[in-house]
Design a protein around this ligand. Structure first.
Ligand code: HEC
Length: 144
């Protein structure tokens, strides 16, 4: 058997490999575009959801929390908080409302934001909306 690795062998590997991965890439792209409409179950963005999102941004919740994986890893993931709290908006509002003014000494804790009831409701509505986005099963567990 010829042990020499010739130029034409190298060329064949290059062309063959390139062709294989181009076809794989096209196949996966085609599959993704086919799956996307099934994933899209977005609910209408109401004024309340929009207000909740604005409050989420103004108060930099993402400076401590992640939302669907994006953000800081200081505090729990909130993309599925609505489900984690038993599909209960009141529980989310209650939690945010009940944070002690000066935090909890000796451990990481969440500040008190002094939101009005309307603002709390909007934030809870925004978090409910977020939990209903089809993320194909992510995060993998309810803890986030
Ligand atoms: C300074 C960091 C910080 C900021 C900013 C922050 N949080 Fe938190 N949050 C925490 C920490 C830490 C916890 C974990 C529970 C605790 O307070 O001990 C938490 C917990 C929560 C929980 C309950 C999560 C669970 O799994 O029990 C909710 C809901 C929540 N935050 C919502 C918000 C919202 C909405 C905002 C923005 C308005 C916000 N947080 C801003 C630090 C923060």
């Amino acid at each position: 058997m010829n042990e020499v690795f010739t130029k034409s062998m190298a060329r064949n590997i290059f062309y063959g490999g390139s062709l294989f991965f181009i076809l794989l890439f096209l196949g996966l792209t085609f599959d993704t575009t086919r799956q996307l409409p099934k994933l899209d179950n977005r609910q209408a963005i109401t004024d309340k959801v929009a207000l909740g999102k604005a409050l989420w941004e103004e108060n930099n919740c993402i400076g401590c929390h992640t939302l669907l994986g994006e953000g800081a890893y200081f505090a729990p993931e909130l993309g599925n908080i609505y489900k984690r709290f038993g599909n209960n908006k009141a529980a989310i509002k209650g939690f945010i409302m009940s944070r002690p003014k000066d935090g909890i000494p000796g451990r990481r804790s969440m500040p008190q934001f002094n939101f009005t009831d309307e603002e709390l409701d909007a934030i809870a509505e925004f978090l409910k909306y977020s939990s209903e986005i089809n993320t194909a099963g992510w995060p993998p567990n309810i803890q986030g």
